[in-house]
Design a protein around this ligand. Structure first.
Ligand code: ADP
Length: 338
């Protein structure tokens, strides 16, 4: 943590209750039994920090964002943004939070970048005397000065994302909530946008919560990750801590002698916890909880035939899906216990 937390969430639970039957009939999509969208979530984000919020659909990411923007109240628990309580001070909260939605539907595509920002600035209560300068500064910050007078529909997807980022920054918030900011952008544009977000986070000492389905991006962010599943925190903290507990390296062992890999497979598959990924005459790949040295000990005389060993990091995707399987398994055991 680089300073006192700007966003603080403690044991937050949000249960959506079903509406009365007549209302459900009118709303069509309303639920008919309570949904626990957040279940005991705690986290904190300090100035200059990015917290990536990850999880499958329905994990509770949007609900968490809505709570932090003062758009819905938690059922139990407590959350503050810049010291303001999200349940009681929603107007103050909105002045401190900049939000970037996942799509560009809220942009006026027939209006220019400048006009879009002017409209939003007025809505956010930026004083008229400061508005013009503020817009120019913000456009500069996100690299859109050259497109100041270009209409929204003439911008590329990446530029529209930057315009949305500018809009979120315009009222000088201390917190940014970015809902899949790179969702529709090509990989190079996405990489540049993430770099920009990281730069601004450090420079402006923002506390940033960012959701993404692109796991390689999360891996590259190096900051904290909040991993939610079915409303519960499966992991909160940095990815290295997660890897040090959960990671199982993927080892590829190559042999000099044909057939040696098949013999090694026959030895290794008898060991507990080993998963065989692939095997050929001269190479095999396994995922293993054991250290390399222990594994080679089991190979005994076959070690003399080994020509190389390559250990790869477990892809984040596999790491997270393992975490989900384990946490759902633990949940079932907990439910089944007397
Ligand atoms: P995510 O953003 O991770 O996909 P959400 O926060 O949208 O997850 O949803 C979490 C759970 O809450 C889901 O089961 C979803 O169906 C439910 N949910 C979300 N919003 C509402 C709502 N307004 N009314 C009832 N249930 C909701």
């Amino acid at each position: 943590m680089t300073g006192e937390a700007v966003v603080q969430v403690h044991d937050l639970t949000k249960i959506y209750e079903p509406s009365p039957l007549w209302m459900r009939f009118l709303l069509r999509s309303a639920i008919d039994s309570p949904v626990r969208a957040l279940d005991g979530v705690s986290l904190s984000v300090g100035p200059g920090e990015v917290c990536a919020v990850v999880g499958p659909n329905g994990a509770g990411k949007s609900t968490l964002f809505r709570v932090l923007m003062g758009l819905t109240t938690p059922t139990t628990g407590h959350a503050t943004v810049v010291g303001h309580d999200v349940s009681r001070e929603s107007r103050r909260i909105r002045a401190q939070v900049g939000f970037m939605p996942a799509d560009d539907r809220s942009l006026f595509l027939r209006h220019t970048c400048w006009q879009n920002l002017a409209f939003h600035g007025k809505l956010q209560g930026v004083p008229a005397s400061k508005l013009e300068r503020r817009i120019d500064e913000t456009l500069e910050m996100v690299g859109l000065s050259h497109a100041r007078d270009r209409a929204g529909h003439a911008l590329s997807t990446g530029m529209r994302a930057r315009l949305q980022l500018a809009r979120a920054l315009l009222h000088h918030p201390r917190v940014l909530i970015l809902d899949e900011p790179t969702g529709s952008i090509d990989p190079i544009g996405a990489h540049q946008l993430l770099n920009l977000i990281e730069e601004l986070t450090r420079e402006l000492k923002l506390a940033v919560l960012l959701s993404s389905h692109r796991l390689e991006e999360i891996d590259a962010l190096h900051d904290n990750v909040l991993f939610l599943d079915l409303g519960k925190v499966v992991h909160w903290g940095d990815l290295d801590a997660l890897r040090s507990v959960w990671e199982q390296p993927r080892l590829t062992i190559e042999f000099k002698r044909e057939g040696a890999a098949l013999e090694a497979r026959d030895v290794l598959i008898r060991l507990p916890g080993i998963e065989l990924e692939s095997v050929s005459d001269i190479a095999l790949t396994v995922v293993t909880p054991d250290h390399l040295g222990d594994l080679l000990l089991h190979l005994d005389r076959l070690v003399a035939d080994v020509s190389s060993v390559n250990a790869a990091r477990m892809p984040l995707r596999d790491l997270l899906s393992k975490l989900i399987t384990d946490s759902r398994g633990a949940e079932r055991e907990h439910d089944a216990s007397p």
